[in-house]
Design a protein around this ligand. Structure first.
Ligand SMILES: [Mg+2]
Length: 384
């Protein structure tokens, strides 16, 4: 089998009414003009001479056309190659730029989407779901948590928590980072509302310095929090280490990190308790298998990150979650950035490989590859 064509689609959906940054983030008021004004993603489509087509997604947070151009530039490296030879192709793409300053960012996100599309082809060619290729069980069931309760006033937060409980979720994440008093009040109120049997996590999206994160974390220890996600900036490894050593709540992070090299820093220097790479950013399936192996050597669970990704990334992440024994829970995204405008790239771009969702557990179906059924209409409508 040989690769005959590679196409890249940048997809953009403008958010009609301006929204406040839906997470705690520095310079939030400025970011709504740039980051939070559109839903975006970049799809990679790879065709072969045997009629098998694979799709991948590159995580996009800024300029999907930039990622698209990178894929188009490296296309000549891919044409004519054996799509099953994922190790070689990954090393070829990485080796092309590794001494040219592209160890992270757009280039690695571009490689990620290409690699994911190749794994989709591999699964289809062997007529197996990718989670089976990676060693997963035949009818996997994954515990899932609702992501996330965003800070939109206490009443809305409690209504969201109730809505998640009503859907059958037994675990949910709260976005924090609004300041010590607001965070503690919000977490206390949600805990009080949902009761002691619901698993709660908190996510500060790097909104704190280490001292504030420590103060918030110490108070949140009273509320039985399963993990404290991204308390400080991604490269504040000393801060991560101090928090890990000082708090009883497990510290999580990794969605902003790239490659095994980036995750290694977080594990070895940051001493985090849980890593959460995004497969469409960190280097694709090929690289995430290496990251998984690295984490296992430190007994660190690997949880997949899906937050604010589009449907292809969510589907791929489900396969990794089903294959990795230590991935004890799956981030099941329920909320979009805009409260009053759903993201069609999340909800309509492809069906997900989900057979059922009951009592907090997702059961996967067993379609080959990633089980995607891409809706070409969504691509046509939102392509730029
Ligand atoms: Mg997060």
């Amino acid at each position: 089998m040989k690769i005959t064509n590679v196409e890249a689609f940048s997809l953009v959906v403008p958010i009609e009414n301006p929204i406040k940054a839906p997470i705690s983030i520095p310079y939030a008021d400025e970011l709504e003009k740039v980051v939070f004004k559109e839903y975006r993603t970049m799809l990679v489509k790879i065709e072969t001479d045997e009629g098998i087509t694979g799709y991948g997604e590159c995580m996009v947070r800024l300029a999907p056309t930039a990622t698209r151009d990178i894929v188009e530039y490296v296309k000549p490296l891919l044409i004519g190659k054996d799509p099953m030879n994922t190790e070689y192709i990954w090393e070829l793409l990485f080796g092309t730029m590794m001494n040219r300053g592209h160890y992270q960012g757009f280039y690695i996100e571009a490689i990620s989407g290409i690699d994911v599309a190749l794994w989709d082809i591999k699964g289809k060619a062997l007529n197996l779901p990718v989670y089976r290729l990676l060693g997963g069980s035949q009818y996997p069931k994954i515990w899932a948590y609702a992501s996330s309760i965003r800070f939109r006033g206490m009443e809305t937060m409690l209504a969201t928590a109730q809505n998640f409980v009503d859907q059958g979720f037994t675990a949910m994440k709260i976005k924090i980072g609004q300041g010590y008093e607001t965070d503690v009040m919000a977490v206390a109120a949600v805990r009080e509302h949902v009761g002691k049997d619901i698993t709660l996590m908190v996510d500060a999206n790097c909104g704190y310095d280490v001292k504030t994160a420590l103060k918030v974390g110490r108070e949140l220890e009273k509320y039985n929090i399963r993990w404290f996600e991204e308390p400080v900036a991604p490269d504040d490894y000393e801060g991560y280490r101090r928090l890990s050593e000082s708090l009883d709540i497990p510290i999580a992070g990794g969605e902003a990190h790239f490659l095994r090299y980036g995750l290694k820093e977080l594990i070895v220097r940051g001493k985090v308790d849980i890593i959460q790479p995004n497969v469409c950013r960190a280097g694709g399936v090929t690289e995430c298998l290496r990251i998984h192996g690295l984490a296992s050597a430190y007994n660190i669970p690997y949880l997949v990150h899906t937050g604010s990704s589009s449907a292809v990334c969510i589907a791929v992440s489900l396969h990794l979650a089903a294959a990795f024994n230590d991935c004890f829970i799956f981030e099941h995204m329920q909320s979009d950035w805009a409260k009053d405008q759903r993201n069609p790239l999340r909800w309509d771009l492809t069906t997900l490989p989900i057979k059922s969702f009951e009592n907090g557990y997702i059961e996967l179906d067993d379609k080959p590859g990633f089980g995607l059924e891409i809706n070409e209409e969504v691509i046509k409508k939102h392509r730029v």
